[in-house]
Design a protein around this ligand. Structure first.
Ligand code: FES
Length: 104
């Protein structure tokens, strides 16, 4: 049984096709809302250098890192090419009563 759900924010605090930074217990995450209104979460830092992905750009199902334009699928965490070659970790997300939760 998973009891490690952590509340991130209200659903409407994240615009569609956008991402926010979420810090919890000394870790940082990125939480995304896709253009088709689904929510996803990954580690918050790029696997190339430790840059906050929430400062990057969301395009369809891709997050583009603000530093060297490395790209990941925020749905699967898959690194999509140079300079990023290490995938991001992803986390389960649920929306309940208008709030977004991630399981960490
Ligand atoms: S720090 Fe993200 S691509 Fe280099």
């Amino acid at each position: 049984m998973s009891d490690n759900w952590v509340e991130v924010c209200a659903k409407d605090d994240i615009d569609e096709e956008d991402v926010i930074r979420f810090d919890h217990a000394g870790r940082t995450f990125a939480v995304y809302r896709s253009p088709d209104d689904a929510f996803f979460a990954t580690d918050g830092l790029c696997t190339h250098e430790k840059i906050h992905l929430a400062d990057g750009l969301v395009m369809d199902d891709i997050i583009e890192c603000p530093k060297h334009n490395g790209r990941f699928s925020y749905k699967t965490g898959e690194a999509k090419g140079a300079p990023v070659c290490v995938d991001l970790k992803t986390y389960p997300v649920k929306v309940e009563d208008g709030s977004v939760f991630i399981s960490i």
